[in-house]
Design a protein around this ligand. Structure first.
Ligand code: FPP
Length: 241
């Protein structure tokens, strides 16, 4: 079976999972962390090269202050608690997003976790916090413009490769499988550039309930797709150009 090289996941449905149990939304986010752990372990065990998780979008700042505060504490707590297991599994952890918007305490934990796992050669795990796909594109455009203005880059040299090298996921293969839990069929401003050719898999499963069988169903769905990249089906099946 063809395995995806890079899975990107919009983890949706924590709030509904909690509300269905008469619990606060924070209880749902806590259950969401357990599902993250299961998913990271499962991807590492299946030799998936990279996993990128949407934990907090630039738009999520609009949520009630108590929920935002609870999520930020949860990120700090999860980093403190999970780092040891990430190290044991040789996971390389990186954060993508606008870190300047995060509390200094969280920024420090993030920097420390990234430094501690930087040389790990296992699963490349990206956690998007304060991330938006349009923000990512604008930041890249700004850096390119600055390089052009300083004379370091000529405008004719701007191409897909030089542009992608300025994006948050620079250096990683594009996600080839995009998964969204929670029943909505939306991209929600995640990785707009990088998912140009990704296979999309939507499931009604709420994120805290997303387990190994659901990951395997998404992988099997991916394996069954014909990836054509603009070619005809006949060309792809022949493996021709
Ligand atoms: C979406 O569900 C989920 C979030 C905005 C937060 C995601 C956070 C986690 C899964 C926990 C922490 C993750 C890490 C990496 C430590 P929702 O609240 O929008 O659910 P709803 O659509 O049912 O309201």
């Amino acid at each position: 079976m063809t395995l995806p090289q890079h899975i990107a996941i919009v983890m949706d449905g924590n709030g509904r999972w909690a509300e269905a149990r008469g619990e606060s939304r924070t209880v749902g986010h806590r259950a969401g962390v357990d599902a993250v752990r299961t998913c990271v372990r499962a991807c590492a065990a299946r030799n998936i090269g990279a996993l990128t998780l949407f934990a907090f979008s630039s738009e999520n700042w609009r949520r009630p202050e108590v929920e935002v505060a609870a999520l930020m504490s949860l990120f700090v707590e999860a980093l403190d608690r999970e780092l040891e297991e990430l190290q044991r599994n040789r996971v390389r952890l990186r954060f993508i997003g606008n870190r300047q918007t995060l509390a200094v305490r969280l920024q420090q934990r993030i920097a420390a976790a990234e430094a501690a796992t930087a040389d790990n050669d296992g699963l490349k795990l990206q956690v998007a916090v304060g991330y938006g796909g349009r923000w990512d594109l604008i930041e890249a455009a700004r850096r390119i413009a600055a390089r052009c203005a300083s004379g370091a880059l000529r405008t004719e040299e701007i191409d897909e490769a030089s542009f992608a090298a300025e994006l948050q996921l620079a250096g990683l293969p594009d996600p080839d499988l995009f998964v969204r839990t929670g029943g909505e069929h939306r991209i929600s401003n995640f990785l707009l550039w990088n998912i140009a050719y990704a296979e999309l898999h939507f499931t009604d499963r709420l994120w805290p309930d997303f387990g190994e069988p659901d990951l395997d169903a998404a992988i099997a769905d991916f394996a069954g797709r014909e990836r054509r990249f603009g070619r005809t089906g006949a060309q792809t099946r022949k493996g021709g150009a």
